[in-house]
Write a protein of this length. Structure first.
Length: 168
């Protein structure tokens, strides 16, 4: 499993939740998340809320509403934080997953590559993990992007998570 850290700063997440247990669980999970941090008094990159009208001023960043829709309030903290990470990156979530008939037919190798993409692995790490050349890894990544109709790796990850092609 590739677990490299980006040199970029961590996205700041504000928690505006009516459920104190969910807030505590998300705050604890945020401490361990390599790409996210709990927002302090300053502006947040994304606000996670279960309220219809957030109490926190979220005008500076996107809002991830929990409840009916793509992410329910009963989702795991890891899934909620993954969605928050995507929202902070400017990637929206579709309200419904694609049916099995609409899902692209990925080969077993492409599914392995997609799982590594979800972990954030670059082509070299994909090649090492699968015992293939970097050029072959690039070929597989391009095939995955084409089959998912994704413009880039981040969008491919968002589609894979939304459509249930990989499990977190």
């Amino acid at each position: 499993m590739w677990s490299g850290r980006s040199s970029r700063t961590r996205a700041r997440v504000a928690l505006d939740l009516a459920d104190p247990d969910l807030r505590d669980a998300l705050a604890e999970a945020l401490d361990a998340h390599p790409a996210l941090a709990l927002a302090g008094a300053g502006a947040a990159d994304v606000t996670v809320t279960d309220r219809s009208a957030p109490a926190i001023n979220s005008a500076l960043g996107p809002v991830l509403r929990l409840g009916p829709g793509p992410i329910g309030a009963d989702a795991s903290p890891e899934l909620i934080l993954s969605a928050a990470h995507l929202a902070a990156a400017g990637i929206g979530l579709a309200p419904a997953a694609a049916s099995a008939a609409e899902r692209p037919a990925l080969t077993p190798r492409e599914r392995e590559v997609l799982a590594l993409l979800v972990e954030g692995a670059p082509n070299k790490a994909i090649a090492r993990a699968l015992g293939i050349s970097v050029r072959t890894a690039k070929f597989h990544v391009a095939a995955v992007l084409a089959k998912l109709h994704a413009r880039n790796r981040s969008e491919a990850v968002a589609i894979a998570l939304r459509d249930g092609l990989v499990l977190l």
